[in-house]
Design a protein around this ligand. Structure first.
Ligand code: HEM
Length: 430
């Protein structure tokens, strides 16, 4: 019987075989060719966070992916730009007030602000008119994330999550509260849609619209997403879309703080293409330097530095034979820092390497895994890019920033790669 601390927990009696893959070809093989035999693997307790499509396998996954895809088409994402803009403005107005009340620049830990910005953006884009109720759900999810992270980081004895401890009880209570809150939002929306007040420009509306008739018509329920599935997906959007994007933004600010020459280049591009106006889709698509910077940040600090899979049956992987049940860890971050793939400056911040696209940057290796790869590649990557570009463009239009002496660099893997001691900057209004 093995016990372990940290995120490595043991679920059964007996030793567990773990394989760590740092070879980009093998990673691609796992993500593409072998994806149906290598299933997503989550530690106990994580099921309270990773819901919906992330948990599905085989035909169920394929069906759900097909149903979700349309919600992430560019013409739908375009409708979400006003929500991104409003969320950025809420945060930046706060920064402007703080800077105005301080002399010679304001010192601020931007990390909690960026978390609020992305939580707000996902609340607005997921729930639109029901944004305030959506916010309540997200507060509950934040508490749930904190509890689950504590559980994942503590000593785990098999079966312990079923004991009625204070924490286990609270985790289950929150799961119920979230379910009830999202159900209320959905029921209200269905009523409004039936009354002709249709809203289809948020994720909930987009998911409900094609399913509305089928949800009503119980006989047809096999062909549509059930209310329960929609609840699970709404919960996943928050988790998949919030922490990932806030970490992308925070590391972008850190690297632009450390490399003022790139901050200047990015600002010049924003002011040249967008000026001081509200950025539209065309404007954001023209931001080449900003895009190169975001790719380079995702390479150096991928929000999900590794991913777990489990072999469903004995299988071959390159010249390895993996027994059924073996845990396979795909080490994206190590591949992203590999000098053989990215060159001698692999550990340096050099957005220029992405000037001719992702494939050229990795010398034809296609070894960029921030959004994973293969059929299960992140569904929200365009969503994340648009939101991050909007945030960065609006920040650069209004502020210059430098890392404060109190900033301590400590990337820490807490489900996503986060700055353990926050991100302290001195902000100046332009
Ligand atoms: C910088 C931001 C983001 C990063 C780095 C990121 C990364 C990832 C990664 C690594 C996966 C796992 C894929 C796999 O299992 O192979 C994933 C899956 C997923 N992501 Fe993202 N993500 C980001 C933003 C978003 C956003 C904004 C949304 C939605 C609003 C989203 C929705 C999803 C969904 C639905 C899946 C599951 C896809 C499936 O299993 O088919 N992500 N993401």
């Amino acid at each position: 019987l093995f016990f372990a601390t940290g995120t490595k927990t043991f679920q059964w009696l007996g030793p567990r075989l773990e394989v760590f893959i740092t070879d980009s070809q093998l990673i691609k093989e796992v993500l593409s060719k072998n994806y149906q035999y290598l299933k997503p693997q989550f530690p106990p307790h994580a099921k309270y966070l990773f819901s919906g499509i992330l948990q599905y396998e085989g035909d169920k996954w394929a069906k759900q992916r097909k149903l979700l895809n349309p919600a992430f088409h560019m013409e739908k994402l375009k409708l979400m730009l006003p929500a991104f803009y409003l969320s950025c403005m809420d945060t930046l107005n706060k920064w402007e007030n703080l800077v105005a009340s301080s002399k010679g620049g304001c010192e601020l830990d931007v990390w909690p602000h960026l978390q609020t910005l992305t939580a707000d953006a996902i609340s607005r884009t997921a729930f639109g008119s029901n944004y305030e109720e959506g916010r309540k759900v997200f507060e509950l999810l934040r508490e749930q994330t904190e509890l689950v992270v504590i559980a994942l980081r503590s000593l785990y004895i098999p079966g312990m999550r079923f004991l009625p401890t204070k924490m286990n009880r609270r985790i289950k209570e929150i799961a119920k509260e979230i379910d009830v809150s999202i159900t209320n939002v959905i029921n209200k929306r269905i009523k409004a849609m039936k009354a002709g007040e249709e809203r289809t420009d948020d994720l909930l509306g987009i998911l409900l619209e094609p399913n509305l008739k089928a949800i009503e018509d119980r006989r047809n329920k096999t062909s549509a997403m059930s209310i329960h599935e929609i609840i699970q997906e709404c919960q996943l959007f928050y988790l998949a879309g919030q922490e990932t994007t806030s970490t992308l933004l925070v590391w972008t600010m850190v690297l632009l703080g450390k490399h003022p020459e790139w901050q200047k280049k990015a600002r010049e591009e924003v002011l040249q293409k967008v000026g001081y106006e509200k950025p539209g889709l065309e404007d954001l698509n023209q931001l080449k330097i900003v895009t190169m910077i975001l790719y380079e940040v995702l390479r150096l600090y991928p929000p999900a530095p590794s991913l777990g899979r489990r072999a469903a049956k004995e299988m071959k992987l390159g010249n390895l034979t993996l027994p059924a049940g073996v845990h396979v860890n795909l080490e994206f971050m190590l591949v992203h820092h590999d000098v053989e793939i990215w060159g001698a400056d692999a550990k340096e911040f050099n957005p220029e390497r992405f000037s001719e696209g992702v494939l050229k940057a990795s010398k034809g290796n296609a070894s960029f895994f921030a959004f994973s790869g293969g059929p299960r590649i992140c569904l929200g990557q365009n969503f994340a890019f648009l939101e991050a570009k909007m945030a960065l463009a609006t920040i650069l239009q209004r502020f210059s920033f430098e890392l404060s002496p109190s900033y301590a660099h400590a990337p820490s893997n807490i489900l996503t790669l986060q700055p353990q001691h926050g991100a302290h900057f001195t902000l100046h209004k332009l």
